[in-house]
Structure formats: C-alpha cells, structure tokens
Design a protein around this ligand. Structure first.
Ligand SMILES: [Zn+2]
Length: 246
C-alpha cells in the first residue's frame, strides 16, 4: 500500500545500502515509542512520579538519598515494559545485522527491545533497565522477568541499583568509545528516532560524516541534524525502514 505521506528513498541511498560494508545504526526514544514505551520527557502528568519530576527521581542524587524510591520507580517502569513487544523498526534493524560485513547497533534506549528483536551485541549508551549494578563492587546482574530482582549484591551483599545512566551521571566507561570507534569506521550511518541533541550520542553522526560516511536520518520530525545529513526521511521508523531494504 502506497501512503501519500510515504517518504521516497533516493537512488543514492539504495545504492549505498546495497554496497555498504560497515554500517552504524544509532537509535533513540522514537523507536521505542512506536512500541508504546512512554518517554516521560514530554511534560504533563507522565513526567512526574509521586510528585517528583522525572529528572529528580531518575538522578544520581536520589540513588544516594532514597534508593528504595528509585527502585519503586524503575520497578514500575519495568512492569510497563514487560508486556511491550518489538515493533517493525526493531525487527528491520535486527534483520540488517546479517546483511553487512560489519554492523554496529548503538542505542540510547534502556528497554531491551532491540535484544527482544534478536539484535546482538547492542551498545547500550544509557545502560539497561533489565540489569542491576552493585553500588559497592560494581558487579552487574541481569534481571530475569521470571524471578524477583536482586535486592542485594550476590557477590558482596551491598545494595544494588538500576544499571542505567541517571541524570547527573557519566556514561559507563568505554561504552561511548566503542560506539565512536564504530562511527569512525563506518561507510553508512543511520540515525533513527532521535533528535540527536543529547551529547555525546549526538557526536556519532558527526564522526561518521567526518570520515565520509553517508548519513541518513529517519525521524517523524525535522531535527537539528536534518540539514547536516545526506538524507533525511521523515516518518515513523517502523514504516520507513522496510522501504529502504525493499
Ligand atoms: Zn557487590
């Protein structure tokens, strides 16, 4: 079915897509939103949890002041995510990983939906809501949906916290460097469902451009990146991505 609003894919992008060898994909909240994941950033009531603004309850300071409250918030969010399924964008990106000789998926999302869609070796810039991290020894443990999450570290007994990057925190050591190395080595770069405003993730398409990669953005709205990239496809990722490989 041909929709009136369907963006047209340039011949150049088709040619690049079929000849690319090293592909980098950066995804953001827009990809998750198509699965129904709330972003909690849009303002309104959804941006407040028990009277606390999203950036207060999700902050490094709150982990120190009131870890149980932070857990209550993250347990609630995990409960919402539990039922959600990958959407056609996740599935398409997952199908791309075996198509190119090198493929790197970098995400700003913490919901694990790329992995649910069978993407492998996902670089999670902001961590995962499906992992805990010990505040003492920094060991990480997966949260299995079939069991209650760990309350304390099985290694040392210290409290555990969500293994996600909170407001006021740095990215985990080495994670951005790994993504930047892939960006510096790619010949085709997709920026999908993110306004690419948040640094350092926003610098990945810049790095790709500098090394001469073709940079394509897929987003429902124009972003600050739109005029800088080689192709900007406006639309929902779940609808646009399948058109590229078709
Ligand atoms: Zn520990």
């Amino acid at each position: 079915m041909q929709l009136a609003s369907e963006p047209s894919i340039s011949d150049e992008l088709r040619r690049r897509f079929s000849s690319a060898r090293r592909v980098l994909v950066l995804t953001g909240a827009g990809v998750s939103a198509e699965s129904g994941v709330p972003t909690f950033r849009g303002g309104g009531n959804s941006a407040v949890w028990k009277g606390m603004p999203f950036d207060v309850i999700s902050s490094a300071r709150m982990v120190e002041r009131d870890l149980p409250a932070v857990w209550e918030w993250f347990d609630y969010r995990r409960g919402l995510l539990q039922e959600l399924k990958p959407n056609p964008a996740h599935n398409e990106i997952s199908a791309w990983q075996d198509r190119f000789s090198e493929f790197t998926l970098v995400t700003q999302n913490i919901d694990g939906l790329h992995q649910k869609a069978r993407s492998r070796d996902v670089i999670e810039l902001h961590g995962s809501i499906w992992r805990v991290r010990c505040v003492g020894c920094h060991s990480r443990f997966e949260i299995l949906s079939t069991q209650p999450r760990a309350e304390a570290c099985p290694d040392c007994g210290d409290p555990v916290r969500p293994d996600v990057v909170l407001f006021g925190e740095m990215l985990p050591a080495g994670v951005f460097e790994q993504a930047a190395a892939a960006a510096a080595n790619c010949d085709l770069c997709f920026v999908i469902g993110t306004s690419a405003l948040v640094y350092p993730a926003a610098s990945l398409p810049d790095i790709a451009r500098v090394v001469g990669a073709f940079v394509c953005e897929v987003n429902p709205e124009k972003t600050p990146l739109s005029d800088l990239c080689d192709e900007s496809l406006m639309g929902r990722a779940g609808e646009v991505l399948p058109l590229i490989s078709r």
